[in-house]
Design a protein around this ligand. Structure first.
Ligand code: FES
Length: 144
C-alpha cells in the first residue's frame, strides 16, 4: 500500500498548474491557474487570494501538481480566514488520485468519496484525505 501521508518535502516541491471551481453552481472558473502562487524560500507555498478568485467562494478549489506526481487541493470550505483547507488528493485507501466531482472528491479506483474538506463520506477508504497546515490572512494563504 502506498504511503498516502503527504510529506512536507512533497508540498515544498509543489508547482501550481491549474484551478477549478467546485461550487454548487459548478461555474467553470478554471484556468486562472498558477498566477499568484509562489514557493517561498522556506519551501512553503504562498497563495495570493486576489489572483485566485475561485477561492473567494465556498466550494472553490485550486489544484497544484506536485513534483512527486501527486496533487494538492486548496479548498474554500467556509467563510472567513479559517475557512480554507489544503489536502493531499491521494486516496488513503490505496494511493490513487482523487478527482473533483461537484462538491466532493471521488476516487476513481474503488469509489471512496470525500467531502470538500477531506472528510471521509464513503469507503472503502477508512480515513479522510490528509490535510496540510494552512495559515490564512485576508490576502494570502501560506501552506506547509
Ligand atoms: S484507491 Fe481510492 S478507493 Fe481504493
Amino acid at each position: 500500500m502506498k504511503d498516502t501521508n503527504i510529506s512536507r518535502r512533497s508540498v515544498l516541491c509543489g508547482v501550481a498548474v491549474l484551478s477549478l471551481g467546485l461550487g454548487a453552481d459548478f461555474l467553470p472558473e478554471a484556468a486562472q491557474a498558477a498566477a499568484g502562487i509562489t514557493q517561498l524560500k522556506n519551501g512553503k507555498i504562498q497563495v495570493t487570494l486576489a489572483a485566485n478568485k475561485v477561492l473567494a467562494k465556498v466550494g472553490g478549489a485550486v489544484i497544484l501538481n506536485l513534483n512527486d506526481g501527486s496533487q494538492l487541493g486548496i479548498v474554500r470550505t467556509a467563510a472567513g480566514v479559517k475557512g480554507f483547507s489544503a489536502l493531499s488528493l491521494v486516496c488513503p485507501h490505496n494511493g490513487a488520485g482523487v478527482m473533483e466531482d461537484g462538491n466532493k472528491w471521488v476516487c476513481p479506483a474503488h469509489g471512496s468519496v470525500f467531502a470538500l474538506n477531506g472528510k471521509l463520506i464513503q469507503g472503502p477508504a477508512r480515513q479522510g484525505l490528509s490535510s496540510i497546515p494552512v495559515a490564512a490572512t485576508a490576502t494570502t494563504l501560506t501552506i506547509g
